[in-house]
Design a protein around this ligand. Structure first.
Ligand SMILES: [Zn+2]
Length: 425
């Protein structure tokens, strides 16, 4: 058995809004799984290899439950358009470039590296509709140490001349991709109808059947923008609400992650609770594309499962520290819009969404729980300027969220393996 002890200021999120903090604590890891958290090193570990991170914070690593790999190169551009115009003018041309395998390799490798170096070890990610590029993306994520789900996008209508499949191509390529995906131990396939306007009923029916037969998870977009809602109503007059267009075809289950849900009304939120669908809040994207401000506090109090996503490149940052801070900011915008009737999220609550809540989509319990594969990072905040008073561990943690620093992450573990380390300067 291989044993490893990590020493530092251990902080984990066992419940929404709650942080377990242990300064100078020991995290024992056996065969890649968390064994326990201890204030003093147990006798049986006295001779075990120990990595001492001093005053560094040892935190759960991030789960980014919504991002688009082929949009990574367009990060920070085209931010002047609302969703539907932005898709046609910027996004579809960028995604069409994934037809070029070499280009897809370069982009995927750079993205995978940036994710790992910044503490994101689990993802739910959209590729493009191209099967070869999707397999290359999976390979590069696997190589870098990222784990989770990747989906070949399905879209057989309302694309662009360079970015659309026939229904038959979409079926055939999806089946071939699923067969080839079996090669990857840490990156698994997720069915990915882009969103209702991109998929014919026939294609959605095929995907729903596949999800059921092969017990596959599903990711898509829901109620992001009012123009989109109007479009879906026109395309599906038989469905009273957007969510029904997914439910109708078996794509609305407890293994479904729906990005955004900005405009989901009470009935749509209840349908999410009944089915166990996860809403993926993407605050930066919602602001950049003027989509709206998702009512996350209301969702949480009603019992909707909510996790966080960067949604690059609607979102303009790959870094989940930013997504956590943005989730707090968005909840304050919502508070103002709600006439001060809803509470803002605390940093600890937003942190939970970006770590433990996302981990639950992969079947993990919240926090550093014995028996679970280690997903963690060590963060060094010593290069920040001196503070006016000695900071508590909770204050240091809050400051790390708001003052994300390049190079602050000293080490990252993903699925029990150390996948990144950087020596202190
Ligand atoms: Zn998206």
């Amino acid at each position: 058995m291989s044993t490893l002890i990590l020493k530092g200021t251990l902080i984990s999120a066992p419940a929404p809004g709650k942080l377990d903090i242990l300064e100078g604590g020991y995290l024992a890891v056996e065969d890649g799984c968390v064994e326990g958290v201890y204030p003093r090193l147990p006798e049986r570990y006295q001779n075990a290899p120990l990595e001492d991170f001093g005053r560094c914070l040892i935190l759960q690593s991030f789960t980014d439950l919504h991002l688009h790999a082929p949009q990574y190169p367009m990060l920070g551009t085209g931010m002047n358009l609302p969703l539907l115009e932005w898709l046609s003018a910027c996004t579809y041309p960028a995604e069409a470039r994934f037809a070029d395998a070499e280009y897809a390799r370069t982009v995927s490798r750079a993205l995978a590296r940036e994710l790992i170096e910044n503490g994101t070890t689990r993802v739910c990610m959209f590729s493009s509709l191209h099967r070869p590029a999707t397999l290359i993306l999976m390979e590069e994520l696997e190589r870098a140490g990222v784990t989770g789900f990747v989906g070949k996008v399905n879209m057989d209508r309302n694309g662009s001349p360079d970015l659309q499949e026939t229904t038959e191509e979409s079926r055939r390529e999806t089946l071939a991709w699923l067969d080839q995906s079996k090669a990857f131990p840490h990156i698994r396939p997720i069915l990915t109808p882009r969103f209702t306007p991109s998929c014919t009923d026939e294609l959605l029916r095929f995907l729903g059947k596949l999800a059921l037969e092969r017990n596959l998870p599903v990711q898509s977009h829901l109620s992001e923008n009012t123009g989109e809602l109007q479009w879906v109503r026109t395309l599906h007059p038989e469905c009273a609400r957007y969510w029904e267009t997914y439910d109708e075809y078996g794509l609305w289950t407890d293994r479904t992650a729906m990005a955004h849900c900005v405009w989901s009304d009470a009935a749509e939120r209840q349908a999410m609770i009944r089915a166990g669908v996860t809403a993926v809040h993407c605050p930066a994207s919602n602001r950049n594309l003027c989509s709206g401000v998702a009512p996350v506090r209301v969702m949480l109090s009603e019992g909707v499962k909510v996790a966080l996503g960067t949604d690059i490149a609607g979102g303009d940052s790959v870094h989940m520290f930013d997504a956590v801070a943005d989730a707090v900011r968005a909840s304050k915008d919502r508070r103002i819009l709600d006439g001060w009737k809803t509470e803002a999220l605390s940093v600890a609550e937003a942190w939970y969404l970006g770590t433990s809540a996302g981990a639950s989509f992969f079947g993990d319990a919240p926090g550093f729980v014995p028996g679970q594969r280690l997903h963690a990072m060590a963060v060094d905040d010593s290069r920040l300027p001196p503070s006016p008073h000695p900071l508590s561990a909770a204050e240091r943690f809050e400051r790390c969220v708001y003052r994300r620093q390049s190079g602050a992450i000293r080490a990252v573990w993903s699925d029990g393996r150390k996948v990144f380390s950087r020596s202190p300067d």
